[in-house]
Design a protein around this ligand. Sequence first.
Ligand SMILES: [Cu+2]
Length: 289
Amino acid sequence: MSEPVAELTAEGPRHWRNVVVLWLIATVIMLPIVIFLIGPGLPPGNGSVQASGQVTDNTVLLATATPVALGVLVYLGYVLFAFRERDPEAVLEGPAIRGDSSVQFWWLIVTTTLVLFLAGYGTVRLLADGSGGGQGPNPLSTPSVPAGGKRLVVQVVAQQWQFNFRFPGYGGVETNALELPENSLVQFNVTSLDVIHSFWAYELGVKADANPGVNNVAYVQTKGPLIFHVRCAELCGLWHGYMFDQGQVVPKAQFAAWIAQQQVRFAPATKTLPPYSKTYFPQALRRAG
Ligand SMILES: [Cu+2]
């Protein structure tokens, strides 16, 4: 038994070198495929500045994971081939890798580097433009208004089981459809009237929790005309699965015409609405009324 083990130990450096060379070749082949072929097709597409940013982030994550996954697969494939048992009679064990200080050293270096890089990258990206996520009532990052664009506040009011949209800059009108102007900075103030919901505008790259009593702010910088889908992304009761909507990013003139039309159409309803507020407490209003 001692002879084959000694032989394997002596061949250790050669095996490590083979694994590393095969891993390098696989990585050099796969990385461009991941970055240039798979990356651009990753969700959620290029519907807004934040959505494009998420495509970039997903590409970075996948490119970071690629060498790790290839390392596991190459190592697995190599040991299956190189250490296969040629003699069916033999019962042979390789040298134990447990307690190997150089494996432990590199394991710590590689995993620590990856985790710290991803933590730093994620923080920088979140602070840059909010990444389309809900930032709570006091956002740390406010993206800029695109050149020639406008700044628009839209309150998203979730309730079982629909979203309504209130425009404080347009007389507090509340609509059940959502249109947004192109090339603009939209500030969503997301809240709920009853239970927890989540406002997820997929193609815009926006997702923000809609909680009762909470004003959750999410920013998006729109690009050109686009049809996007809105879904509730938090299980909120019996008809949660039917809580979806379709919205549009339209040219600025079309948005101006649409919002003027909504103000006229919903004028009687606007009069009965509570004044615009960051949050609403329907139970209290009902008692007071
Ligand atoms: Cu919901």
